[in-house]
Unconditional design. Structure first.
Length: 331
């Protein structure tokens, strides 16, 4: 059981990540491949990806068993994008490397690390460099060809969470994050493979929707790291089909017009004001307001007043139109 302890200040500092985290998706997808844990959702991806996996990935699997504890620093590198995360991984502080390797040895007493891991212990740049290069190569082979589709699936989840937040507040979001979620202020209880307490202590919590996370949510083992809760999303069954969304996008433009199609895509990326949507769609605020009114009248967009602004979210009907009405299944 994972128990996350909130304060009132933490509730004010909850955030939903704007998109998938490349390093978390890298780690969890790697475990999907190693377990052959595919099912309906990941079957095509696994079949296409397995032959492309570079041999260098062994450097990552040495520190990330398919079940159990993986060193936190593999996913702790912060950055606005994958390239920034890779550079941050190369610059991981030695004290964090030592702390995580000690924890790895404690939790995985029967696993032997390869000889090159001595470079990690001594702080040689070649140690972290090997991991960064392996991460880069694996991402290029296994994730980059699918990244736009992965990002679209995560955006759908963020949109639904944003709508839940507007309708029911953080209580509703936290209690519906996962089938095992039990929210009893000030503690969120979740199924977890080990017994773990996470005390936020005013730092807030980043909710990170994950495409490849399948069963239980996951979090850092080190309580000193910035608090993150990685949780599974729902998926379109045919998400991996080449060109998924392309034909639908063209048809949508013909159906509602290019500006309204652009606005509908923009609002599907997350709750936003009229001005935000206008900037994303490349139009003026008055023009965006007029088209959003039409989308709202067609039940594709919902609008809510929040303080001095009107915030817009995509409806389930709008999502269905964007995604070709594919069924969603929980995994």
């Amino acid at each position: 059981m994972l128990r996350i302890h909130f304060t009132g200040e933490d509730l004010a500092r909850i955030r939903i990540a704007p998109g998938p985290d490349p390093l978390w998706e890298l780690l969890i997808s790697m475990n999907r491949l190693r377990r052959r844990d595919a099912g309906v959702v990941y079957g095509s991806w696994l079949k296409e990806t397995l032959p492309q996996v570079p041999a260098s990935v062994r450097a990552l699997t040495a520190l990330a068993p398919p079940v159990g504890y993986s060193v936190d620093f593999l996913t702790a590198a912060a950055g606005a994008g994958f390239d920034e995360q890779i550079e941050a991984l190369r610059a991981t502080p030695l004290r964090q490397v030592h702390r995580d390797l000690r924890e790895f040895g404690r939790r995985n007493p029967t696993r032997r690390l390869p000889p090159w891991c001595r470079d990690l212990v001594t702080g040689e740049a070649s140690g972290l460099g090997r991991l960064a290069d392996a991460s880069d190569a694996y991402f290029a082979a296994a994730l980059a060809p699918y990244w736009d589709r992965i990002r679209a699936q995560v955006s759908r989840d963020r949109t639904r969470r944003s709508a839940t937040l507007l309708d029911g507040g953080w209580d509703a979001v936290l209690s519906t994050l996962h089938p095992s979620a039990r929210w009893e202020y000030p503690v969120l209880h979740l199924d977890y493979p080990v017994d773990q307490e996470l005390r936020l202590q005013g730092r807030g919590l980043l909710l990170q929707p994950s495409f490849f996370c399948r069963h239980a949510p996951t979090a850092f083992a080190d309580p000193a790291l910035p608090p993150v809760l990685v949780y599974p999303i729902e998926h379109q069954v045919n998400w991996s089909a080449p060109g998924t969304g392309t034909t639908t996008d063209r048809a949508l433009g013909v159906l509602v017009g290019p500006t309204r199609a652009a606005l509908l895509h923009a609002v599907a990326d997350g709750t936003a004001s009229t001005g935000d949507l206008a900037r994303r769609a490349g139009t003026t605020a008055p023009n965006a307001s007029r088209h959003i009114t039409a989308l709202r009248e067609a039940a594709l967009v919902a609008s809510h007043r929040h303080r001095n602004a009107t915030l817009h979210t995509v409806t389930e009907l709008g999502l269905a139109l964007l995604g070709g009405a594919d069924p969603l299944i929980p995994v």
